[in-house]
Design a protein around this ligand. Structure first.
Ligand code: UD1
Length: 340
């Protein structure tokens, strides 16, 4: 079984990817320091997979600790690098922490991996690199725009760093950059899912917590955008679908079929939905009412973005399978499981 190191493997997208890797016949090895995740994720993974997933509690920005893991594990065939901070608002408050963590951990990986002959990297990027795009849907060739937050800037910088490192003499690393749109929902088992610490920043956990009575009401951030109902448009992709894109990416790297050492893919459904559509779909899919009101715009929000998912379909053979309604129903099932 091919060993794949998953940094941030206890996180939201990371944990779902660990499940898909294991079920596709890979041996995932998790590194995580739980700074933004919980140890209970490991027991959720054990319940789903029926076995423990190898795990190392380290900060992947710590080069010596990373070397220790790579030495101890031996023959790691590839790395999927999730470990990063991801809250847009927090990144404005603590920009240096975001650069140190998100850029720093990538630099450490890029320095250490060649020492151990690891030549395959999948990097978690984001549609945030497009900024506020001029045309929709966005293609991988759509020019990136200035990021609206330090978080977004870290993703742009990390992409640039990977390209520059790939162009250096003697480089042997092959990388795939996955630009995620908005991941939502949870594993069908409801044993793993999104675990926001404190008040959720993201829409779906806020919706499920409001429906569960943990929050009084959802504030929809603006209804005066130039969209059909005035609320923002995003491309919401089920997290298990998103996880599966990583398996296709790892396989492509291992097969060495790519014509370029760095490839970029949008990973979204190719469809946009407004915030109001999401709330209404949630209500229909779950039978739960969501108390909401319209508030002011949130600084930094782009009016609308959704993926052109043609390249990921043609090259990686990847298509999403889960509808918005089913994705939202899985988020609700997960919310209910948290109350138990
Ligand atoms: C943003 C980034 C994404 C990044 C993610 C990390 C963009 C286009 N997307 O997602 O790349 O990975 O942050 O967190 O930059 N909303 C409400 N009320 C709420 C919460 C959200 O109305 O209480 C609305 C937002 O205005 C937005 C939508 O719901 O229109 C989705 O918001 P959110 O879940 O925070 O994700 P993005 O901001 O789209």
């Amino acid at each position: 079984m091919k060993k794949i190191l998953v940094t941030g493997g206890a996180g939201y997208i990371g944990s779902h990817t660990v499940v898909e890797l294991a079920q596709a016949g890979f041996e995932p090895v998790i590194i995580d320091d739980f700074r933004n995740s919980k140890e209970s994720v490991l027991s959720g993974l054990r319940d789903i997979l029926g076995r423990d997933v190898p795990f190392h509690r380290i900060d992947c920005g710590d080069a010596e600790a990373l070397r220790g893991v790579l030495r101890a594990e031996g023959n790691i065939e590839g790395v999927i690098h999730f470990a990063a901070f991801k809250a847009v608002g927090e990144s404005v408050q603590k920009p240096l922490a975001y650069f140190r963590n998100n850029v720093g951990s990538l630099l450490t990986l890029l320095e250490v991996l060649p020492e151990f002959g690891v030549e395959n990297l999948v990097f978690s990027s984001s549609c945030t690199v497009y900024g506020n795009p001029d045309a929709l849907p966005v293609r991988e060739t759509t020019p990136t725009k200035p990021a609206s937050s330090p978080y977004g800037r870290t993703k742009q910088m990390c992409e640039d760093i990977i390209h520059d490192a790939a162009g250096a003499p003697g480089n042997r690393l092959h990388s795939i950059l996955l630009r995620y749109f908005n991941p939502i929902g949870a594993h069908a088992s409801a044993r793993i899912g999104e675990l926001p610490l404190g008040v959720p920043n993201n829409l779906i956990p806020f919706v499920t917590q409001t429906a569960a009575g943990l929050r009084e009401k959802l504030t929809i951030f603006g209804n005066d955008y130039d969209t059909p109902d005035g609320t923002n448009i995003r491309d919401y992709i089920h997290v298990v679908d998103l996880a599966k894109a990583h398996i296709a990416a790892v396989q492509r790297l291992l097969d060495r079929t790519a014509p370029e050492v760095v490839e970029t893919f949008n990973v979204g459904t190719g469809h946009g939905n407004t915030v109001l559509e999401v709330v209404q779909t949630f209500e229909r899919a779950t039978g739960q009412k969501v108390n909401y009101s319209i508030g002011p715009r949130r600084p930094g929000d782009v009016p609308a973005i959704y993926a052109d998912a043609t390249k990921v379909a043609e090259v990686l053979g990847f298509k999403t399978e889960t509808s918005l309604a089913d994705s939202l129903a899985s988020a609700w099932k997960w919310q209910l499981s948290l109350a138990k």
